[in-house]
Structure formats: C-alpha cells, structure tokens
Design a protein. Structure first.
Length: 450
C-alpha cells in the first residue's frame, strides 16, 4: 500500500481526470482500475497498472496525466508493482519519467526492467553511467553496468567488459559473457578468443560459450582443445560450444567424453553427439543402455531416439519396465515410428502418472496406429488438462479426430492451462485446452463432419 500522501494525490487525480476526457465510459473504466490500485494485494495493484496502461493506449485518455499517476508506483514497496509501473511507463513512452526510472537501477529486483525501459525511452545519456558502474567495487553495480551495456554499449566499452570476464564472482563473469555475446564486432571476437587460454578455468569456460553465442565458427579448433582441459566445467562448456556451432568435424573428440571421469560430462555426452547428428556413434551410445537407472542411460535412450537408431528399438522397449527409464523410452519409441511397439506403449495410457499418460498418447499419435484411437479418445475426459490436450493432438495425427468431434467439441469451453509438445518448435509449450480444440476443429468444414 502507498502512504497517505500518495492516496491524497490519487483522490486529487480523480477530480482532475474527470475534466480531461469527453468519454464517460473510458473514465469509468479508468476509475475502477484506479480504485484497484488501493488494494492491499500486490498482484492486483500490478495488474491494475498494466490494465490502466492498456486502456490509456487504446483510448483518448490523457497519457501524460495517467503516466504521472503510474509513476507514483515506482516507489511501491512490492517489486512486482514497481516492475509493472516501469513497463507501463515505457509502453506509454513517458519520457518525462525516465529519471525516476533510472533511480531504480540500484534496485536489484527491477533493475533489468528499468534498463529495458530506458532503452525504449531512448535514454542514451545513461550509457556512460553504465560504463562507470563497471569501475565500482560493488557486485550489484557491476552487474547493472554490464546489463546496461549489453543494450546501450558498443565496442568502445570492450576493454572494461573483458576485465569483468576475469572477475572471481561467477555471476559477474556470466553477465560479462552475456554482454560480450551482443557486441559482435570483429575486433571484440578476436579479443574474446584470446581468453580461451586464460589461467582462470571459469574464464576459459565462459569464453567458449560466448564465442558460440556470437557464432564464431573460425575459433572451433581452439574451442575443441578445451575438450581435453584438466577442468571438468571447461570440458563441458567446450562441448556445449561446439554443439552450438554445429562443429560436426569434432564429433570424434566429443565421443571421448562418453567415458569421461566426470559424471555430469559423461551423462551429457550422448545428447551432445545426438545434437550433432553423429549417427556413427550410435553403437557407442547404445553400450550405455543398462538397468542401473543411471542418468547416463536415460540420456542414451533419448540420444538414440534423436539419432533415429531404430536397430536398438527392442533394447529400449525392454526398458519400459524400468520406471526411471520409462518416460524417455516411450518418447524414443515414438520417434522411431515403428508400429509394432504400439501395444506395449498403449498400456501406459492408464498409468497413474499424468506425465507418462501424456507421453504415451503423444507417442501413439506419432506411430499412426489407428486401431488405438478409441483408447486414446478416453483421455479426452482425463482429470489432467495436459493429458486432454495431448489426446486431441494425438487423434488429429491419427486422422481420427473427426470421429470424436462431439467429444472434442465439449472441450471448446475448457479454459484449463496445459502443456503440450509442439512438433514445429520441438519444444513443450504452454497454452489452453480450448485453444487446442479450436485449432483442430477450425480445420474442418461442414462437409468433413457429415
């Protein structure tokens, strides 16, 4: 809650606002939102600011006047509200309040939002301020300076940023990597690459990642040398960088990490090889399959699926009975697309785990066995929203969704949030069940449904 003085300002604002808009409807909406700003709930105050900003943008309400009201919430005790106010002022192009926004640069909770807002407001006069912060002994100042220069900076700040890569504070080093990756001039790449030989292992590791973000393929050979580094973190970051650069010629060197003494690296290696599409190492990856429930074996299962190594389908099917392997085994068999494994996957449609039910429905959709449509359709009434949504998608892939039109139509009113696999991005996305249902049904014509 704001103090009494601010509340008095709001009451004055009510009086003033009544004379600034000729649309009573807009004023009424604004008044309702302003009342919510008095709430003791930070989430409601933050949402009211966002809604008020949207209303002002879409109407003829006085932007300057309402910006002044929103600016008062830059001093709110809750960081969520302060961040909402910063974003709203940037959206309203409230340049008169950029100095107040700059005053939040020392506020760790909203610092990044403040920097982005200043950029939107074209407050380039703060560039030198960000550079000066790198000379401070304060950790927060350095992070703020780096974050600011990642947006406002140029190559003239390169030397100062490179010094931050050597900082013993891990978070400052990471921030410097992020900042450098956005300064893509040729001279900066050359300077950055020199740090691959730095005596500090943290610097070597994050320099490799930085070069990968920049896309500096010309330094792949130097990065590959890190795969034999004495420091495990450096070896792992070197491998990550080569994968990001699609440096397939170094697959052999990465394959040696399958037997690395470091547990994390040996677990990650199968996935690194799979991301490079190194099919020639499928046999070595398959040797990691066992029933000891190790993370390395879990990743090996997924890697074989990514590589399409169908010759190991039987081995993976046997691992469906091992709980810790089950999820990845179902996913991989789905990727293989072999119909003969439909039956052993379908029994997991009744799993107690909603995650496993989702995985089974998704895999069966990929396998294309229409005989299992009825079993999948039962999941349209599942208690879990993600399972319901996945069932719709699976039926669509089987070209049998129209057969269950009446069941899917019932889900047009299902506003539940869900997580489903998006085949285009090959990632899990968050959406709502009714959106999935609408997308499927909208593709049908009346003739299709006859």
């Amino acid at each position: 809650m704001l103090n009494t003085l601010v509340m008095a300002d709001i009451l004055f604002f009510f009086l003033l606002a009544g004379f600034t808009s000729g649309d009573p409807g807009q004023n009424d909406k604004a008044a309702a939102l302003i009342e919510d700003l008095e709430s003791t709930e930070p989430c409601l105050r933050a949402q009211s600011i966002t809604d008020l900003e949207r209303l002002v943008k879409e109407s003829n309400l006085d932007k300057k006047l309402y910006s002044s009201l929103i600016a008062k919430y830059l001093e709110d005790p809750d960081s969520l509200v302060r961040k909402s106010a910063v974003n709203a002022l940037a959206s309203l192009n409230a340049v008169d309040h950029k100095n107040k926004i700059a005053g939040l640069l020392d506020d760790e909770a909203v610092m990044r939002s403040a920097i982005e807002a200043l950029f939107v407001l074209e407050a380039f006069e703060y560039t030198d301020l960000f550079a000066d912060k790198l000379n401070s002994e304060s950790r927060q100042d350095k992070i703020c300076g780096l974050a600011g220069l990642s947006i406002f900076g140029s190559e003239k700040h390169l030397k100062q940023i490179l010094e931050c890569l050597r900082n013993e504070d891990y978070t400052i080093c990471i921030e410097a990597v992020s900042t450098l990756s956005k300064l893509k001039g040729s001279s900066s790449v050359k300077e950055i690459a020199l740090l691959l030989g730095d005596e500090n292992p943290t610097v070597r590791a994050h320099t490799a990642l930085c070069l990968a973000k920049i896309g500096a393929e010309q330094y792949s050979a130097e990065i590959a040398m890190l795969l034999s580094d004495s420091n495990a973190h450096v070896r792992d970051c070197g491998a990550q960088a080569l994968v990001s650069l699609k440096a397939t010629k170094y697959a052999k060197e990465i394959s040696k990490l399958l037997r690395d003494d470091d547990f994390i690296i040996s677990c990650n290696a199968p996935l690194y090889l799979a991301e490079l599409g190194a099919e020639e190492y499928a046999d070595e990856i398959a040797e990691l399959l066992d029933k000891s429930s190790s993370q390395q074996s879990v990743n090996a299962i997924k890697a074989l699926g990514m590589l399409g190594a169908t010759k190991y389908a039987h081995n993976i099917a046997e691992l469906l009975n091992v709980p810790s392997y089950r999820l990845n085994a179902i996913w991989t068999l789905g990727e293989f697309g072999l119909h003969e494994y439909s039956a052993c996957i379908s029994k997991f449609l009744r799993s107690k785990s909603s995650i496993i039910r989702c995985a089974a429905a998704e895999a069966l959709g990929k396998l294309g066995n229409n005989k299992l449509s009825k079993k999948i359709s039962r999941l349209l009434k599942d208690a879990d929203s993600s399972v319901r949504a996945t069932a719709i998608i699976a039926l669509q892939r089987l070209n049998n969704a129209k057969q269950y039109y009446s069941h899917i139509a019932l889900l047009l009113n299902d506003m539940s949030e869900c997580t489903v696999y998006d085949p285009l991005s090959r990632k899990q996305i968050t959406t709502k069940v009714h959106i999935i249902a609408e997308n499927v049904i909208s593709g049908w014509t009346n003739k299709d449904l006859d």
